[in-house]
Each structure stands twice: as C-alpha cells, then as structure tokens.
Design a protein around this ligand. Structure first.
Ligand SMILES: NC(=O)c1ccc[n+]([C@@H]2O[C@H](COP(=O)([O-])OP(=O)(O)OC[C@H]3O[C@@H](n4cnc5c(N)ncnc54)[C@H](O)[C@@H]3O)[C@@H](O)[C@H]2O)c1
Ligand SMILES: O=C(O)C[C@H](O)C(=O)O
Length: 307
C-alpha cells in the first residue's frame, strides 16, 4: 500500500486525486494553500467512495507535515496560463511557489519519488530536482504521456478507428517545440506513415503541438485537466505498481540525445525507483534540429530560475 501526496488541489490536483482514489493505492493526502479547499474536496471524494466502491483514505490539509513518509508526491501547485500566453510566461510566479513546495517535500518526504506537473514543465522539474536535492532519477515531469494521448486521439479521429489501438510517441520539451514522432507511432502495430499521407500527418502533428493552447483558448480561464490527470495517473500507477512501463517523461539527460544537464521529454522505463532507464531513439535530421531548438528554450528558462 502506498502513500501518495498531491500538492495543489485545483483542477489538475483534485481530478488526479479522484482518479487515483478509484485505483485504491492506499492513502492520498491533498494539500493547498487555500484553507478549506483540500479539506472540502477530500471529504467529497471520501463520500464518493461509498458510491463508486473504493476504500481509499483521502485527506485534505494546509500543513506540509501531513505529507510525511509519502512514497510518491505529485506537484500540481501554481498558476495556469491564460489565452495568448506561453507556458514559459509562468516561470517567475510558478518558480517561487515551487521553491517553497520543493523545500517542504525535501523536509517531510525525503524518500519520495516526485512527479512534477507545474508549468513550464521541463524548467520547473529541473528546479524541483535542484531544490529538493533528490537524485535525478527520482524526480521527473509529466508531459509526453499527455502530448502522445492528444496525438493518438487526433489520429483515431482521422482514421475513424478506436483510440485503444493507437500508440503514439511525442518527445522533446513540453512547449511549442515538442516533437511528435510519426515513425514511432503505430495503429495496432502498423506504422502511421503507412496509413496516412505526409500532409495529413503534418496537420495532426501541428494540432498536437498546439493541443494545450487550443484548450486554453476555448476555456478562457485555466487549462486542460481531464487528459492531464489521466496522464499523471498512468505514470503514478507505473511507480506504485513497479510495472516498468515504457512511457515518455521529462527526464534529466546526461548526454542522451546530445543533451546534458536539462530535463527533456524522452521515452523512459518507469518503476518503483523512478526513471530506471532512458531509451534513445534514432531521429531524422529535422527532428534533431527541433530538439536542439527546444533545448535552447529550456536552457534559457533554467537561467532565469532563482535557485
Ligand atoms: N505538465 C502538463 O502537461 C500540465 C497539464 C495541465 C496543467 N499543467 C500545469 O499545472 C499547474 C496547475 O494547473 P491547474 O489547472 O490545476 O491550476 P488551478 O489554478 O486549478 O490549481 C492550482 C492550485 O495550486 C494552488 N497553489 C498555489 N500556490 C500554492 C502553494 N504555494 N502551495 C500549494 N498550493 C498552491 C492554488 O491554490 C490552486 O488550488 C499549472 O502550472 C498548469 O500550467 C501542466
Ligand atoms: O497548455 C497548458 O498550459 C497546460 C498544459 O501544459 C497542457 O498541455 O494542457
């Protein structure tokens, strides 16, 4: 049985707790700075257990001491972007919030694995690793599972087939320069380029890259949270069940893909120890070029962090 703490009880945090509770992992603690918010949502989710049939203990708190001895901590605290903003525009505000969050995780849950969700994803995940002082393999970010889920959903719509049969792969930074990989995307084992024309694939790639912004524009306030929480739970499940799933995650690179000392979305093996392996894929020259440009945005963001 695992203890999971979710920092931030907003849209992403609370929806994540709801999905996690249904898996019956053991105990879930939800924290926020707003008094009453995590407590009220936790009580509501406890009562839902009687109807949905789960016995997970869910509690809400404003006190970091309650995350003590967590096996897994999921960070969703911070602000979401508004229409017209890039994720990088959130650096200043969110890095202040995450500095405080990270120091408390290091203090109260020093043996935990940490999944960061707060944007700008790759830059803030770097801040969490540096501020907690945790080993890089124990700190990683959620991005590629969401981006690949969007790509898969658009592909299924185009092919008029079940989403269940599409396995997509998206790597790189969780920003405007992410890299969907059609050559590593399959529909029941059939490579995507055999099913759709280059022009159609290019259209779906573009929609995937703008997938977060498309929802931000529609909502006018806040950003996506149903697909993001589903993606977080897929990763959390791999950690608590030690299932060694191969999933894209923002991982600390030490030479892989020609990158050193930054967090970047890459396929990894996820288990109880966090990132247990990083898989290196062969890319075409354009994809390498986009990765290099994306890494520059991440380095620029890291240089703006006050850590
Ligand atoms: N990685 C991804 O793919 C992805 C997907 C969706 C959202 N996000 C990011 O996740 C973050 C949260 O999004 P959301 O939609 O849940 O926002 P939200 O505004 O609904 O919730 C954020 C919560 O964080 C809380 N908070 C603020 N400061 C805090 C602190 N110091 N300690 C604890 N809690 C604090 C707020 O009170 C609020 O309840 C944003 O930065 C957003 O961009 C990332
Ligand atoms: O788009 C955002 O700002 C939120 C998140 O990163 C997403 O991709 O939905």
């Amino acid at each position: 049985m695992a203890k999971i703490s979710v920092i931030g009880a907003g849209n992403v945090g609370a929806t994540t707790v709801q999905r996690l509770a249904e898996l019956e992992p053991g105990e879930i603690v939800m924290t926020d700075i707003v008094e009453g918010l995590p407590q009220g949502k936790a009580l509501d989710l406890m009562q839902a257990g009687a109807i949905n049939g789960y016995d997970t203990r869910v509690t809400g708190t404003n006190d970091y001491a309650d995350i003590a001895d967590s096996d897994l901590v999921i960070i969703t605290a911070g602000i979401a972007r508004k229409p017209g903003m890039s994720r990088e525009d959130l650096i200043k505000t969110n890095s202040k919030i995450i500095g405080e969050v990270s120091r408390n995780i290091a203090k109260y849950a020093p043996n935990s694995i940490v999944i960061n969700v707060t944007n700008p994803l790759d830059i803030i995940t770097y801040e969490v690793m540096k501020t907690t002082g945790f080993e890089p393999k124990k700190v990683f970010g959620m991005s590629g599972v969401l981006d690949a889920g969007r790509f898969a959903s658009f592909i299924a719509e185009e092919l008029k087939c079940s989403k269940k049969d599409v396995e997509a792969m998206v790597i790189g930074g969780h920003g405007d320069l992410m890299v969907p990989l059609p050559q590593y995307t399959t529909v029941s084992g059939v490579p995507l380029p055999e099913l759709l024309s280059d022009e159609t694939i290019a259209k779906l790639v573009e929609r995937t890259v703008n997938g977060g912004a498309e929802i931000v524009e529609l909502l006018k306030q806040g950003s996506a949270f149903y697909a993001p929480s589903a993606a977080i739970v897929r990763m959390a499940e791999a950690v608590i069940k030690d299932s060694k799933r191969i999933l894209p995650a923002s991982a600390y690179l030490e030479g892989q893909y020609g990158q050193e000392g930054i967090y970047f979305g890459v396929p990894v093996k996820l288990g109880a120890n966090g990132i247990e392996e990083i898989l290196e894929l062969k890319l075409d020259e354009n994809q390498y070029e986009t990765l290099r440009n994306s890494s520059e945005t991440i380095r620029k963001g890291i240089s703006q962090l006050e850590i």
